[in-house]
Design a protein around this ligand. Structure first.
Ligand code: PMP
Ligand code: GLU
Length: 397
């Protein structure tokens, strides 16, 4: 029988982060000693007070369908969190709980984009943004940045990228993969440009909000009065609460957009997992200081990995201010032949590191910036030391 798959799925590129993690798993199963620094996944356990809330929910008999857009008590907790951490006021009609921030983003693309609508993506952007946009027949418009501007988009670049077809702007701050954070002043300058283009909806992905190393304070586009009506604030518990597998993300949005996402979910998932939702009520209502120990540890690891990488000629690192990735520019290796293998681009380099150093990273091409590779330091200190020492050896140092 011929291939009966849709063009849509045939054209879809697999998630590079998940693909690399799967490849690392496969190689490990075949006996190779692979160190996985490809996936953005904390190596911590979910904190006990959150686990206990989930166990309590099971024992209390939470097993039925939840409201499609989330339990009222969870929405209350999310409203409290947005007010407490971001100074944004939302009501129940503006909150939608989803199966991870990834589904929240997918909902937004499906809810807002018509064929040919353009979405501005400052590069590097999180790997799935462009494909989620394409799945909704939108057109990603990549805005190149470089390590010299700490991978941030300037107001001039934003303005130059806007066309009559621009419908949305999507970015993450702290940024996956660069770790860069837009300060309140920088966001204000972007918002000033957007004042001239009231049709543009902003998606501010703040899932790494709490993983902030204290240089630039977290700021939210939705907190600006003149942006509130057209900003969607995306967040989730996967990263800061070490809850990747629990699959809960959420948005605060203009009510008409929240309604649209709710309608979509009602036909697609019926809502997020009930036990995980109950646990997230506790995660969000407890003080963020309870998860600071993980942030402190990530900060130590950041220092460690930056020190080790900066000792290798050819790795040029920015200092990430948040999240748990380094995104070194590795263009110095392009055109070189190492151990008989020619490195032409970041994908070749990431593959070389996997094969020669047994270290899994992710090519920068997946993030719309082909000069870098992404290395996650959400791994043990021991693994980080061993991985970077293997990388140094593989590049002949
Ligand atoms: N946004 C960014 C920037 C991410 O790095 C991720 C990866 N987890 C997501 C969204 C998706 O998060 P979730 O696991 O909640 O779907
Ligand atoms: N967000 C994580 C990452 O960038 C998890 C993988 C994924 O969801 O693609 O590695």
């Amino acid at each position: 029988m011929s291939n009966q798959l849709s063009e849509r799925i045939n054209n879809l590129v697999p998630s590079a982060t998940l693909a690399m993690a799967a490849k690392a798993r496969e190689l490990r199963a075949s006996g190779k000693d692979i160190i996985g620094l490809s996936l953005g996944e904390p190596d911590f356990n979910t904190p006990d007070y959150i686990k206990e809330a989930a166990i309590q929910a099971v024992n209390d008999g939470y097993n039925s369908y939840t409201p499609v857009d989330g339990y009222v008590e969870l929405k209350d907790a999310i409203i409290t969190k947005f007010k407490r951490d971001n100074d944004i006021s939302y009501d129940h009609s503006q909150i939608v709980v989803s199966t991870g921030a990834k589904q929240a983003l997918y909902n937004l693309a499906q809810a807002c984009l018509n064929k040919g609508d353009e979405v501005i993506l400052p590069c590097p952007y999180w790997v799935s943004y462009s494909d989620i946009v394409k799945l909704a027949d939108g057109v990603p418009v990549e805005v190149a940045t470089s390590i010299d501007t700490d991978f941030k988009m300037t107001p001039e670049q934003l303005e130059a990228a806007i066309t009559p077809k621009t419908k949305m702007l999507w970015y993450s701050s702290p940024c996956n993969p660069s770790g860069s954070i837009y300060s309140k002043e920088e966001l204000r300058r972007l918002a000033d440009v957007l004042q001239k283009y009231p049709q543009i909806v902003v998606v501010s992905d703040e899932i790494y909000e709490h993983i902030n190393y204290g240089v630039t304070a977290h700021a939210s586009m939705g907190a600006f009065e003149d942006m509130y009506e057209r900003t969607v604030t995306v967040n989730g518990v996967a990263k800061a609460f070490a809850m990747t597998g629990w699959r809960i993300g959420y948005i605060g949005a203009p009510a008409y957009i929240a309604r649209a996402c709710n309608k979509l979910q009602g036909q697609v998932t019926s809502g997020a997992n009930c036990i995980a939702q109950r646990a997230v009520i506790t995660a969000l209502l407890e003080s963020p200081s309870r998860i600071q120990y993980m942030v402190d540890e990530f900060k130590n690891r950041r220092k460690l990995i930056l020190g080790l990488l900066n000792d290798i000629d050819g790795f040029k690192c920015n200092e990430p201010e948040g999240a748990f990735y380094v995104y070194p520019d590795v263009t110095a290796f392009f055109g070189k032949t190492l151990n008989g293998k020619t490195i032409n681009n970041a994908s070749d380099f990431a593959m070389y590191l996997l094969e020669e150093a047994n270290v899994a990273t992710v090519t920068g091409d997946a993030f719309g910036n082909g000069n870098s590779i992404r290395i996650s330091y959400a791994a043990s200190e021991e693994d980080i030391r061993e991985a970077i020492s293997r990388i140094a050896e593989a590049v002949g140092q």
